[in-house]
Design a protein around this ligand. Sequence first.
Ligand SMILES: *Cc1c(COP(=O)(O)O)cnc(C)c1O
Length: 354
Amino acid sequence: MKIRIEKNQNPKPKPQDESKLGFGKIFTDHMFIMNYDEGEGWHDPRIVPYAPLKLEPSAMCLHYAQEAFEGLKAYRGVDGKIRLFRPDKNMARLNSSNARLCAPLLSEKDALDAIKQLVAMDADWIPRAQGTSLYIRPFVIGIDPMVGVHPARHLLFMIILSPVGAYYPEGLNPVSIFVENEYVRSVRGCLGHTKAAANYAASLKAQEEAVQKGFTQVLWLDGVQRKYIEEVGTMNVFFVLEEGVVTPSLDGSILPGITRMSVIELLRSWGVAVTQRKISIDELESAYKAGKLIEAFGSGTAAVISPIGSLCSGTDKMIINRGEIGELSRKLYDRLTGIQWGRVPDTFGWTVEL
Ligand SMILES: *Cc1c(COP(=O)(O)O)cnc(C)c1O
């Protein structure tokens, strides 16, 4: 794909203190845009200076949330090489979100090519401190200037980049989780399996109330029976039980995480049994009471592995592994981050060097 490039003539100063980056607050000098117009297809791919967009106030995405996005990172390795982690999977997932949202599909190869060229262009923005990275946010929005509900005929595919801080500046840290019994994130047949903006609007209330109660995040239960475990915040969830590792099966309301997929493949390569199945909160509590709940952790691009120290369900509180980081959680975290930052050999061929 031939990308037109317009260089930013007024580059911003890069953040000096990489310990204060936080998440998603600063953006680099350039962004990628490509238009879709019915009859013409995707066209005019370009890298231009990062700047506000000009949109009609009637632009469809502002009213009906026809938006899908992705989240991945570029890592500056200990060997100086820049790596992406399984970016082809992100592009495939973006297309699966697009398909569900009636947005036109992208060429996954071209989309990945756009990411690579944009990251290469702003490579100086990839922070260097341990645990930091460059967050990559591709997204698709419908922009028809029309407040009628229908699939957009005019869309944008864009990519923006943000240098982000270490998720665990003080080292891997177990979190306390509230088992959500009022709000649900999605139901089978809705958008739960896509990275659609609408899912996150639906999740804000539960998250806000959980934080007010002193928790880090919520554990989502299924929207029909309020019984089966789905995800933890914006992460997939795993439990280490006596029988092996269990994670909820992807039945339509759960986001198919790329970290989740990698955790399953890693565990199996270590000879650890992993089952994808329904697991109810009652089953989990019984396992806990019987002393058979050994570890619990979330998985996602931002945190990689997030050990769960406690789960609060109604008046019951489960303290998992004495509130400490489990052995398997630690091992998975070390291996995944090792591969991402080039500290250990990538025997799976997961990383793509720039
Ligand atoms: C992005 C996301 C995940 C994790 O997916 P990764 O590909 O591992 O980053 C899990 N759940 C939700 C709801 C998400 O948005």
